[in-house]
Design a protein around this ligand. Sequence first.
Ligand code: COA
Length: 193
Amino acid sequence: MDNLKKYSAHESAVIDPKANIGDGTKIWHFSHIMSDASIGNNCNIGQNVVVSSKVQLGNGVKIQNNVSVYTGVICEDDVFLGPSMVFTNVINPRSFIVRKEQFLETYVEKGATIGANATVICGNRIGSYALIGAGAVITKPVLPYALVVGNPAKQIGWVSKYGHRLQFNEHQIATCPESGEQYKLTKNGVTPV
Ligand SMILES: CC(C)(COP(=O)(O)OP(=O)(O)OC[C@H]1O[C@@H](n2cnc3c(N)ncnc32)[C@H](O)[C@@H]1OP(=O)(O)O)[C@@H](O)C(=O)NCCC(=O)NCCS
């Protein structure tokens, strides 16, 4: 390990040379961090997680058990990846054709949550603080603060930064019941007031 090892990893985890892991990050049993992957500070990498080469994870990212984060995925700070959710990176895979040059990027913006067992079809951007329900299949970009569920995933509402459903009044203003923060709905989506 090149870093000064201010992170912790269970003895069963495999950390390849040139993996870059931030301070305070924890890596649990049977996980594999590949060469040139970059993981920020204070992340939690659960059991049986693979972080592939060149993946970039920001600070405070939480990955639950049994997730493979493939090359082509970028997660900003505070992203939550639920248990057994699935990323993809090739849109039309064939066993007998090498498509490593054709990986499509999946970009997950700050604070977004991807629910348990959801699948993200590559090439889609997931907006900041979006909440993707358990088992959803993402086939299109997801707007910031959007709540989406189902297969194919459809938007059924909006959520606050704290993950609560937003109910908009006649002025298109909603208040988060936990934080008290207000949000405005316009034709372009939701923004904090
Ligand atoms: C999407 C989610 C946030 C919605 O929660 P909610 O706002 O309390 O929603 P409700 O339970 O009131 O459901 C609203 C509607 O959406 C449906 N729905 C809720 N979650 C759904 C899901 N994951 N997939 C499909 N439909 C879903 C409900 O059946 C309901 O439909 P109806 O109006 O036809 O009856 C929640 O159900 C969910 O999936 N959370 C993710 C949990 C998870 O993966 N955690 C990982 C860490 S352990």
